[in-house]
Design a protein. Structure first.
Length: 325
């Protein structure tokens, strides 16, 4: 039950037994739980690392199990710290990717500009024929159109049958569209892996860690795309994808619970975007929702934080520690 908090099944039963029988030593635990000495010692090591047990003040040779109420707070604090560290790595990877793109000097052999949707589609058609191992995709924009789903199915089926590993990150808002969810579930049945996040930085495709296709304008995908083949740039974009993937929620998972301030992941992301000065329209585009929905979320957050403006709501959120500055 507690594996999500870093405690395996054996460590859990040992911890419960120590709470029920505080005087038990290793031999008693082995006898009661019918475990080997090595299994009990490994469980004790795990509990010690999680700070759920400590040496007894009465007998240093024995262990004392921490009170469950305190233990719950310790485990939650540990998980929050790990999540904060992961989010920091995502932000650092995003910043590094932006710096690399801004400093990158156009080279005909390593950078190609694709103008317009038709050019992008033609290039992707030839690129997918050359995929050998892995295809990674950021799919912002919320719900996928029926035309996109129909055109992508034969291609996805062909790639997966060839053994190509496919990982795709959608927006959380896409989970509200039955057709998009059905398409994602269909991909999953063929071996594709699908996750979602509250927002994505841009539309992006990475092929075999060698070629990256990135939308030229994150707010207007019709403007075309840029093809990048410089190893350093592609590696940085791959690291960005991997960081986002680690934070993303797998398809089929239940929504993440609200934090102690009553904010869910999508609301926290809206606060982060507002603190950076994004408009309602920009927030809507990044979340894949309508501008009306974005305005409604922003208004509720302003009321929740007692803010008079959207930017002030972001500032208040930083001051309260709801989002990182």
């Amino acid at each position: 039950m507690y594996d999500v908090l870093g405690m395996d099944a054996t460590a859990e039963v040992v911890y419960r037994e120590m709470l029920a029988h505080p005087q038990d030593g290793v031999v008693d635990l082995m006898r009661r739980l019918r475990l080997t000495e090595q299994a009990v010692l490994t469980a004790l090591d795990t509990l010690s690392e999680l700070a759920l047990i400590r040496s007894s003040s009465e007998d240093p040779r024995n262990f004392h199990a921490v009170d469950p109420h305190l233990a719950a707070d310790i485990l939650l604090a540990r998980q929050r710290a790990e999540l904060a560290a992961q989010q920091k790595r995502v932000q650092e990877a995003q910043a590094a990717a932006v710096r690399l793109k801004s400093e990158f000097t156009q080279d005909r052999e390593e950078l190609l500009r694709l103008n317009g949707v038709d050019c992008v589609r033609d290039y992707l058609a030839t690129l997918y024929d050359r995929v050998e191992d892995e295809l990674l995709t950021f799919a912002p924009g919320g719900a996928q159109t029926a035309a996109n789903v129909r055109s992508s199915r034969p291609l996805a089926e062909t790639l997966l049958e060839r053994g190509v590993r496919m990982r795709t990150v959608y927006l959380d808002s896409a989970r509200n569209d039955p057709a998009t969810v059905a398409h994602a579930e269909w991909l999953a049945t063929l071996g594709g892996r699908i996750r979602s996040v509250p927002s994505l930085p841009n539309r992006m495709i990475i092929c075999d860690r060698r070629i990256a296709v990135v939308a030229a304008d994150c707010d207007d995908t019709a403007a075309g795309a840029v093809v990048l083949q410089t190893p350093g740039v592609v590696s940085s974009l791959y690291a960005l994808f991997d960081c986002v993937w680690q934070c993303a929620r797998p398809l089929g998972d239940t929504p993440s619970p609200a934090d102690t301030q009553g904010l869910g992941p999508q609301q926290a992301e809206v606060l982060r975007l507002l603190s950076q000065g994004h408009t309602d329209e920009s927030v809507a585009a990044r979340l894949g929702v309508s501008a009306r929905t974005a305005r409604r979320i922003a208004t509720r957050l302003m009321d929740h934080l007692g803010a008079r403006s959207r930017f002030q709501a972001g500032v208040h959120a930083v001051a309260r520690g709801l989002i990182r500055p």
